[in-house]
Design a protein around this ligand. Structure first.
Ligand code: G
Ligand code: G
Ligand code: MN
Ligand code: NA
Length: 252
């Protein structure tokens, strides 16, 4: 809440930036896509991650404005990387994805920039289920999905209604939360078994499964054993500035 008064300046002075984390084929490290991650280059406090301005993202008035700025930055990036196979994933919170009008707005903005719908992936966090307006989130996702925008369920396994979400949301991608991946995997443990089960579940539902927070080669090898072929994490790359981001297809 302390940052609220500063947000108009932040937008006017272009202090909001996107970083990009490559999403790779776990077997050969080839870049398939990226996830956009918001940063605020604050003139005094330095580079802030969304953790320190979460209230702003969920604010009834400023949240949509900040997210629209995120969308603009994401579309600029997509426009600069046109005709390269793959997609860009953008995070949205539940309140930012309510109802048909939000979805139509996103589609109109893609159309205005001539960006094919399938080049955008909307990542929605599981905690949306805690909100009462879930029907409106479903409405927005249905419209986006029908138009060809990809939909990813983020932080899968951490919500209170994970399986319910799989049933209710039109999902293309399941992202295994890093808490199931980032354990020190020396032996079979519960996190490991859960990760394995999520991969199997995703496969039987015909979803793309992406493991988050892959930090070690051992984790990478285990995930491949489980049948998971796609991931992201510090083993391959941290979130990068656009100028540092290798082109899709590069092997990390
Ligand atoms: O790198 P990291 O600290 O950026 O991300 C922290 C959290 O912030 C993650 O849960 C991520 O989903 C969320 N996040 C990152 N970028 C955005 C964004 O542009 N919009 C929203 N709503 N959330 C974001
Ligand atoms: O909730 P979401 O999955 O959107 O957030 C992604 C978050 O995970 C970002 O804060 C990003 O910086 C962070 N992240 C990305 N790769 C790794 C990793 O390998 N390990 C850890 N601990 N965090 C990561
Ligand atoms: Mn995410
Ligand atoms: Na996550």
């Amino acid at each position: 809440a302390e940052y609220l008064a500063e947000i108009p300046h932040a937008i006017a002075r272009h202090e909001l930036e996107l970083f990009y984390q490559p999403i790779v084929d776990l077997r050969d490290g080839r870049i398939l896509a990226e996830e956009a991650l918001l940063r605020w280059r604050h003139p005094i406090r330095g580079l802030l991650t969304p953790a320190s301005f979460q209230t702003l993202l969920n604010h009834h008035a400023w949240g949509p404005i900040v997210q629209d700025q995120v969308l603009s930055l994401a579309l600029d990036h997509l426009a600069r990387t046109h005709d390269v196979p793959g997609y860009l994933s953008v995070n949205f919170t539940g309140p930012q994805l309510r109802g048909a009008s939000t979805a139509r707005h996103i589609l109109r903005r893609l159309e205005a920039r001539d960006i094919p719908f399938h080049r955008l992936c909307v990542e929605v966090t599981e905690s949306v289920a805690l909100d009462l307006g879930i029907a409106e989130v479903i409405e927005a996702l249905e419209l986006l999905h029908t138009a060809g925008v990809r939909v990813a369920l983020d932080d899968f396994g951490t919500g209170y209604a994970s399986l319910q979400h799989l049933r209710l949301f039109p999902i293309d991608v399941i992202k295994i939360d890093r808490s199931f991946v980032c354990t020190t995997v020396h032996s079979e443990n519960d996190a490991d078994k859960i990760a394995h089960s999520i991969v199997s579940l995703g496969q039987s539902l015909d979803k793309l499964v992406i493991a988050e927070g892959v930090e070690t080669d051992e984790q990478r090898r285990r995930l491949i054993e489980f049948g998971c072929r796609t991931g992201q994490g510090y083993l391959f790359s941290r979130p990068l500035l656009e100028s540092e981001l290798p082109p899709r297809g590069t092997r990390l």
